[in-house]
Design a protein around this ligand. Structure first.
Ligand code: GLA
Length: 775
């Protein structure tokens, strides 16, 4: 709800309020952001009260106020040159230089918030406030947009610049959001990483100076995800003040957090100013992407849940809103480029037998693509591998009762391809340099309309050539050699993303029933812009269960489970050569969109049986696992174990995952942690049954069997493919208050002294899922 009175705007969502004031100098200030407040009382108590400038501060306009120094005001937008020496969120340059001062003109409240023209926007939002400003000198116009989602406690913000002046102007920096708050022992959590090690959590204090989280490689990147949190130092997973932010944009982004000399914290977010210089001609309009922000007093989980709720209801491609995602099998880790129709069908048959619903053919299906040196850019099927074409393969897969999906990498081209031979002019290149390759490929120049058209036409043609239900859209190298002629290279990164969004929009509109999964060598482009078109994203090429625990736990801070592609793969993991239990690989992947990515033809009968049980469990609880309210109770990297929970909206059922790090000797008592259950209800807890591989026991097995087995021997190896040792059964009937009070103690953990049904054997990286249902 948006309330206006006497130059004050109070923007209230279900649990939060954001109070903006237009001061006597007509600057737009933030006076409060936090728990919801009553709009009926006077707001004056909330104001930042600066009666005198501090030291030699610059007074903006003495005729209007003797004390208003922009350096101290909690500005909603700031520019250089009029006494604000904190980082400006808007830098423009025209023939008269860099000095601007935007002042309030009028406002508008819209019940039906408008969408952006060229960039993706949140949909089904409740209400919008637009504040119109004008620069005193040049007469350039500026709009500050605030769009509310009441139920998810999210405000989306952006700015729009209109060149209503008489001269062209260059935009050098245009942040979507500026937010200045008084420091309350804040620290920042951001997600950093690299290939196969995405989204690692990092917590840093906010010191005096500026902390920057950004990307410069052309995409939102795996280096620094655009999502971040600002939290009070004392705030925990479930209690305390946490703000969270994310940008609806897939290109270079920039988030700066500056603490100044009077301990104000200014947060800015938006398109990165790195190599950015956009010429806005007279009469033209420039839109910045939406930044979304939320505030919660319920700790990290509270802010994460707000973001999850918002993304599921206002971001993810509407055609897939709250739709359950299929369980897939992908052939990449099983075969890489080395496959033929026969091999694929063998995998598919086993998959179908296990209950898997979708078969995804990964890289290598088109002409010339036997390794990563050739073929990208061409869309003709390799008939040697697939004699019946995609259509023939899709039909055979469909006959097995599964849907068929396909991998693409449409934004790229290999030098060894028909496309490159015909159109060397289609790639991103600089006239003074030989273009640099990455993974033996060039980036297509999406700033060019003819290139966009080529991709749209060819991807659409392939999709309509067979019964394709799913597309994995890959993007496997960062941009180099960026260039646009006539001195417009400063617009390259932005225009690339506009080109990309045009392509994604056209292709997803034409193929509205096709489920798209974004991928960029794993999670190099995991962001809200992509999710507006592609409902899910492949989180990482690293499918080792421990590494995935770190990666997914980072992602969960900002992204809902329904958006995270998570697969069970081989062990030792191809990424780190680590062995983790088969069930743990499933237990981790089940907190996301489940898939299998291993050679099923190599699986033992025991593993196939386990897959069948896993698939059955996942199908039974899919809605909960993909769309339940998500909680983390501990972080693996901090505590050598982690606990994740999904709780249904009606609080009638939940799943808690317990994940062990390294096995400890003399383990302590383990509690089952819960939160937000109905105190007065009775619940039944049941552990998902797991079997132990005999090889886990090594020589210890001989204390349990009558015949002696050599732990390294062939016999144990063979038996272990067919026989297992049963894991514990564990069931309790409890009250919701017991679950909420961390009162439930689980069976004794393996202590090296004995093993039967009363022992929970976890071992290194072992895990369990507990299903909890209202009785
Ligand atoms: C990227 C993806 C992988 C796979 C390969 C195929 O690395 O992340 O999942 O699709 O490309 O080349």
């Amino acid at each position: 709800m948006i309330f206006y009175k006497n130059n004050i705007f109070c923007l209230s969502t279900t649990n939060t309020s954001y109070v903006i004031r237009i001061d006597e100098t007509k600057h737009v200030l933030l006076e409060y952001y936090g728990n919801k407040i009553n709009e009926q009382v006077s707001f004056e108590a909330l104001f930042n009260k600066w009666s005198f400038g501090v030291g030699s501060s610059i007074i903006n306009d003495k005729s209007l106020s003797k004390s208003a120094s922009l350096d101290l005001l909690t500005l909603e937008v700031s520019t250089p040159g009029k006494g604000d020496y904190n980082s400006p969120s808007l830098i423009l340059k025209n023939k008269n230089g860099y000095v601007y001062d935007f002042l309030f003109e009028k406002y508008e409240i819209n019940k039906n918030p408008k969408k952006l023209m060229h960039l993706p926007s949140p949909f089904d939002m409740d209400e919008e406030l637009v504040i119109f400003l004008q620069d005193k000198g040049s007469k350039i116009s500026l709009e500050l947009h605030y769009v509310l989602s009441l139920q998810s406690d999210v405000i989306s913000r952006n700015i729009v610049i209109k060149n209503t002046s008489k001269d062209d102007v260059n935009i050098l920096k245009a942040m979507s959001m500026e937010l200045t708050i008084n420091n309350n022992d804040y620290e920042v959590i951001n997600l950093y990483g690299g290939w196969s090690g995405e989204c690692k959590k990092e917590i840093s204090p906010i010191k005096h100076g500026t902390l920057i989280n950004d990307s410069k490689n052309g995409s939102s990147s795996n280096r620094h995800n655009p999502f971040f949190m600002v939290k009070n130092k004392e705030a925990t997973l479930n209690y305390g003040e946490v703000l969270a932010f994310n940008l609806v944009y897939s290109g270079n982004h920039y988030e700066s957090i500056e603490r100044n000399f009077v301990d104000q914290v200014r947060i800015e977010t938006g398109i990165s100013p790195y190599c950015f210089d956009y010429l806005l001609k007279v009469g033209e309009v420039f839109e910045t992407p939406f930044e979304v922000m939320t505030y919660s007093n319920n700790g990290i989980n509270g802010a994460s849940q707000n973001m999850h709720n918002f993304i599921n209801n206002h971001i993810v491609n509407k055609n897939f809103k709250n739709i359950e995602r299929p369980i897939l099998v992908n052939n990449w880790e099983a075969t890489t480029f080395d496959f033929n129709e026969n091999k694929l069908l063998k995998i598919a048959k086993i998959a179908s037998n296990c209950g898997i619903e979708l078969f995804v053919l990964d890289d290598g299906w088109f002409k010339g693509r036997d390794n990563d040196n050739a073929g990208l850019g061409d869309y003709e099927v390799n008939k040697k591998k697939l004699p019946h074409g995609l259509d023939g393969l899709a039909k055979r897969i469909n006959k097995l009762g599964m849907k068929f999906g396909l991998w693409f990498e449409p934004e790229m081209v290999n030098a060894d391809s028909d496309l490159y031979r015909a159109h060397p002019d289609y790639i991103v290149k600089h006239p003074d340099f030989v273009p640099s390759e990455g993974r033996n490929q060039f980036c297509l120049d999406l700033t060019k309309k003819e290139v966009q058209d080529y991709i749209i036409l060819n991807v659409n043609n392939v999709i309509s050539s067979a019964n394709i239900s799913y597309v994995k859209w890959d993007y496997n190298r960062p941009i180099s050699d960026f260039y646009i002629d006539n001195g417009k290279s400063g617009e390259f990164f932005y225009r690339y993303i506009l080109g990309l969004y045009r392509i994604l929009k056209e292709i997803t509109i034409k193929n509205k029933d096709v489920l798209f999964e974004g991928c960029s060598s794993g999670g190099n482009r995991f962001d809200l812009g992509m999710l507006c078109y592609f409902p899910q994203t492949w989180a990482s090429d690293n499918t080792d269960a421990l590494e995935r625990n770190y990666i997914q736990s980072g992602l969960y801070l900002g992204y809902p489970l329904s958006t995270i592609g998570a697969h069970v793969s081989d062990a030792p993991s191809h990424s780190v050569l680590r062995n983790t239990p088969f069930d743990t690989r499933f237990n981790v992947a089940s907190f996301g969109d489940l898939g299998y990515e291993l050679d099923l033809t190599d699986c033992s009968p025991i593993e196939i049986k386990a897959i069948k049980e896993q698939v059955k469990f996942y199908k039974e609880h899919r809605k909960l696992l993909q769309y339940g309210n998500f909680y983390q109770f501990s972080f693996m990297e901090k505590e050598n174990h982690s606990e994740w929970m999904v709780l249904s909206n009606d609080k009638k059922e939940a799943i808690i995952g317990y994940f062990n790090g390294l096995q400890k000797i003399n383990p302590s008592v383990t509690f089952l942690t819960g939160e937000d259950f109905n105190d007065d209800w009775t619940y039944k807890i049941t552990v998902r049954h797991q079997e132990h591989n005999l090889k886990e026991f090594g020589g210890f097995i001989n204390t349990q069997t009558s015949v002696h087995l050599n732990p390294q021997g062939l016999l144990l190896n063979e038996i272990s493919k067919r026989k297992t040792m049963s894991g514990e059964t564990e069931t309790y009937t409890v009250s919701g208050s017991m679950l909420n009070s961390r009162a439930i103690k689980l069976k004794q953990e393996w202590s090296g002294t004995g093993f039967d049904d009363s022992v929970r054997l976890l071992g290194d990286f072992g895990s369990r899922l507990y299903y909890i249902k209202k009785v």
